[in-house]
Design a protein. Sequence first.
Lengths: 103, 155
Amino acid sequence: MADPMRIRAQAAGGNATVRVLMGHEMETGQRKDSAGKVIPAWYIQNVTAQLNGNNVMTAQWGPAVSKNPFLQFVVKGAKAGDKVTVSWVDNKGDKRTDEATVS
Amino acid sequence: MQTRRDVFFHSAKVATMLASLGMLPSLAQAQSGAYNSAAFEAKTMADLVKALGGSAPVQSKDVSVTGPDIAENGAVVPVGAASTLPGVKRLLILVEKNPSVMAAMFEISDAIESSVSTRVKMGQSSNVYAVAMMADGKMLFAQKEVKVTLGGCGG
């Protein structure tokens, strides 16, 4: 199981800024190890964000997203106490879901 | 004995079967939500536009891309894409000289502002694009040159 995500959601002026830090290798499949063998690609492909259980955003990522990915977006009309859920699925089928409360 | 003609018909049949299952990349992208590997494998902007089925991208003042002028570490380059227009369906972040052009694609709903940021890897100094795909398939973009002093690809 992958490391938990760090999610921070802050309400300001009727909207909430959500910042997510995920723990993932994001291996591109372009690099080689010391023996010259290609390290197989391993990266997050799908990301979903929900506010109180409703989908607000989905994203598809390629291997060009950095290791331990950072993501920021702004949810309209979210207020303190709302629940933000973020999940990801990588190309090996691993997944992780974490939740945070808007403050 | 199997003739070349037989082989041809056989492979055509297999291709149709694959197509009906949505296995061929050109058709698989039609289902939204599924991972669009054709788009992520596109090497140029033109290929990417074809894979996504949009119109030719036009530069626009209503789309903005944020990023550093000089990135010291190409493995972690903070990049943001935003648009002030209503009706943005997707925001894409592209790095021109990476092995695959597209780094990330965000499906924007009405519930969020059309502004996202993340961090991407860059192999070398290159133009970074933010592309907004509108509901009618129109594609608008903004570009910015980011100089990389240490590449993010390779070991």
